[in-house]
Design a protein around this ligand. Structure first.
Ligand code: UDP
Length: 254
């Protein structure tokens, strides 16, 4: 792991001071948690795979004009990102009913939604990430109405683009959680996509078999958790070349 100064440690990642001002190094751990930390475990190789998967998806999103915090991958577990001020809202976009939407409204998992549904949650471990509405977000000053408009339209673009990308690989994007941050450049501020995009924060189901290829395998005590992350990377064409054995290797590859 990096010898740089640790800025923040989350459940699945650590942020270190970056090599230049305004940058950070994002380190991906194998640790997995669910149900707000009540279930803890390790998914061997997850950090390596999520680093690559997030690199790939953030790069593709950048290619179609969605600004992100991603700069470049540094090694097997680390990527360089731009330092942003995280907006304390999790944006969940849903295409198919699953998880908390299914349990809250009694809708069978797998039911297609008539249109994509966007939900907001306030990022707070102490409060268990409560669901909030736009009124809360703007009234409590977590984001301005203009910022929220931009976040909403970017979230729908990200969802559309990734739905198409994954569908081409035989994977249905059931839902996805996104985070955004404010990037300050001189006098300018813009909203960019932050955090990560990986099977830790999306639901990904095989189109033909509905097999789960995401963190639900860990949450629900299913088998072949590691294999699910590998399968996503394999379909994206980014599985480390010598196969899963590569995943335990030293963290510096270049
Ligand atoms: N999600 C996440 N972090 C959270 C909560 C949810 O990344 O703290 C993701 C989750 O992986 C899924 C989507 O957001 O892809 C919707 O999750 P849901 O509200 O159904 O909650 P869950 O069933 O995971 O508790």
């Amino acid at each position: 792991m990096s010898r740089r100064r640790r800025v923040y440690e989350g459940k699945a990642k650590v942020l270190f001071e970056g090599p230049e001002p305004g940058t950070l190094v994002q380190y991906f751990k194998d640790d997995a948690t669910a149900f707000n930390n009540k279930k803890k475990g390790t998914i061997t190789g997850k950090g390596v795979l999520n680093n690559r998967i997030s690199e790939y998806l953030m790069t593709r999103l950048g290619d179609v004009g969605i600004p992100t915090h991603f700069v470049r991958r540094l090694n097997m577990r680390e990527q360089l990102i731009k330092e942003v001020e995280i907006i304390p809202i999790e944006i969940v976009v849903r295409n198919v009913a699953a998880g908390s939407l299914s349990s809250r409204f009694g809708i069978a998992e797998g039911t297609s939604l008539p249109r994509s549904i966007v939900e907001y949650y306030y990022k707070s471990d102490e409060l268990d990430d409560p669901m909030v509405i736009e009124e809360h977000i703007t009234a409590f000053g977590w984001a301005t109405p203009q910022e929220l408009d931009e976040i909403l339209s970017m979230s729908l673009r990200v969802n559309d683009f990734l739905s198409g990308l994954f569908f081409g690989l035989g994977i249905r994007l059931v839902d996805i959680k996104l985070e955004f941050g404010r990037l300050y450049e001189g006098d300018e501020m813009r909203i960019v996509l932050a955090d990560e995009i990986s099977p830790d924060n999306c639901r990904l189901w095989d189109v033909k078999t509905n097999e789960k290829l995401d963190k639900d395998r860990f949450r629900r005590d299913l088998d072949r958790v590691e294999e699910a992350y590998q399968e996503v990377a394999r379909r994206l064409g980014i599985l480390p070349e010598s196969g899963p054995r590569d995943l335990q290797g030293p963290s510096t590859i270049q």
